[in-house]
Design a protein around this ligand. Structure first.
Ligand SMILES: [Zn+2]
Length: 406
């Protein structure tokens, strides 16, 4: 083989290696795991030249910024390196969330950064097309105002989303018809509003878990279990090796219907005493003995816990819910063996109110006392379902930045 051919082959190999490294490199910057080019080089397992070419390509695509001059990281002993960050004026995803108390639109950049939000709306029409049209219009308005390029749109709904149809199977607290084709409606509205890129739809707790795994309390977990109660009902999600476990038809982790109080409240599923109706904000307010106010169930319940925990009625109600939540979590731990549990919505507030009690209940009910060792943490992101909805729209770019944007 002559020298010239070898050089051509090397260049081609470097180009191919660089191309296939673009997605993994972007994901490392996106999730905060590659703050510098030196770390990127080490994480990708490539040469410094390849990592430099990859970072330059992502910068040329408008996705990341590479500091021109190398600098030492604060408090680090390592040699100075070029700092990497997501581009401040780069593309965004349109994210939308619908919940029992309203809807919200936002633009979310790489790194899970919420760039702009529209004020949340407080009422939900019984016609999904009306609601999704309104939330998409809000998002389209934000895109016009900011002038940012859009990579696509993602929607979070408080219902299991059946695959592959993309229908909302049980939008129980929305007065939407069961089986509403939400993915199709959302995609139609996105196209009609002139928003570029593909459109995606997922369950709100699944998306919250995905966002927390990439940017929040779930970072670094291998078998991450997320349990959350937003406005009504309880949802669960499992992220395995960085991917959502959604089951064969999108319906895995319907944790809301675990029985935690056999003589308890009747549940809309036909059973009784389910986690769904025993540990959500309405259950808490009922247990305290207060009527739902105008501020929304979750806000009202959180405010009671934060400001009136000394009131025996509030504390006793919190303990009742913590014990039932603990029972449900222990069952899930025994089945799923997660290495971390994160709690969102009111469950996060209950954990904050009395972390020792919740951990003790889980440990008491565990197999061989092992489940007590599973860390139980609070979700840390504001609007994690919105950020997760944006993750769906970002995924094609993370998989192949050049193919999606080049
Ligand atoms: Zn039930």
């Amino acid at each position: 083989m002559n020298g010239k051919a070898a050089t051509g082959g090397e260049a081609r190999t470097r180009l191919e290696r660089g191309r296939t490294a673009l997605g993994p490199a972007l994901e490392l910057v996106h999730t905060g795991r590659a703050p510098t080019r030196a770390v990127l080089t080490a994480e990708l397992g490539v040469t410094r030249a390849t990592a430099g070419a990859v970072a330059a390509e992502l910068e040329a695509l408008g996705l990341i910024s590479v500091d021109a001059k190398p600098s030492a990281a604060a408090g680090s002993q390592g040699r100075p390196s070029h700092r990497l960050s997501v581009a401040g004026t780069g593309p965004v995803a349109l994210a939308a969330q619908v919940h029992a108390d309203g809807f919200r639109a936002a633009l979310v950049g790489l790194g899970g950064e919420i760039v702009a939000t529209a004020p949340g709306c407080e009422t939900i029409d019984a016609d999904p097309a009306q609601v999704l049209g309104a939330v998409v219009d809000e998002g389209a308005r934000l895109l016009r105002e900011t002038g940012r390029r859009c990579v696509g749109a993602g929607l979070a709904v408080p219902s299991a989303v059946a695959e592959p149809e993309g229908t909302a199977l049980n939008p129980l607290h929305l007065a939407w018809p069961a089986g509403a084709p939400v993915r199709e409606i959302f995609a139609d509205r996105v196209r009609a509003a002139g928003v570029t890129g593909p459109a995606f739809t997922g369950n709100d707790v699944n998306l919250a878990a995905l966002a927390e795994h990439r940017h929040g309390a779930g970072r670094g977990a291998r078998d991450l279990l997320c349990v959350a109660t937003g406005h009504r009902g309880v949802g669960g999600a499992l992220v395995l090796d960085g991917r959502l476990h959604t089951g064969s038809s999108g319906l895995a982790l319907e944790v809301g219907h675990l029985t935690v109080h056999p003589e308890g409240r009747p549940c809309h599923c036909g059973s009784r005493g389910c986690l769904d109706v025993e540990t959500d904000p309405l259950a808490f307010l009922t247990e305290v003995g207060v009527r739902p106010g105008p501020e929304g169930l979750l806000n009202q319940a959180r405010t009671l816990l934060a400001e009136r925990y000394a009131d025996p009625a509030v504390r006793v109600a919190a303990e009742v819910l913590i014990d039932r939540l603990g029972l449900g979590l222990a069952g899930l731990v025994n089945i799923l063996n997660p290495d971390r549990i994160i709690l969102g919505g009111l469950h996060r507030a209950l954990l904050d109110a009395d972390p020792e009690r919740l951990r003790a209940v889980v440990a008491d009910r565990s197999l061989w006392g092992r489940s007590g060792g599973v860390p139980i943490l609070a979700c840390t992101l504001d609007h994690n379902s919105l950020v997760g909805a944006a993750e769906l729209a970002w995924q094609p770019v993370l998989d192949d930045p050049l193919g999606a944007l080049g």
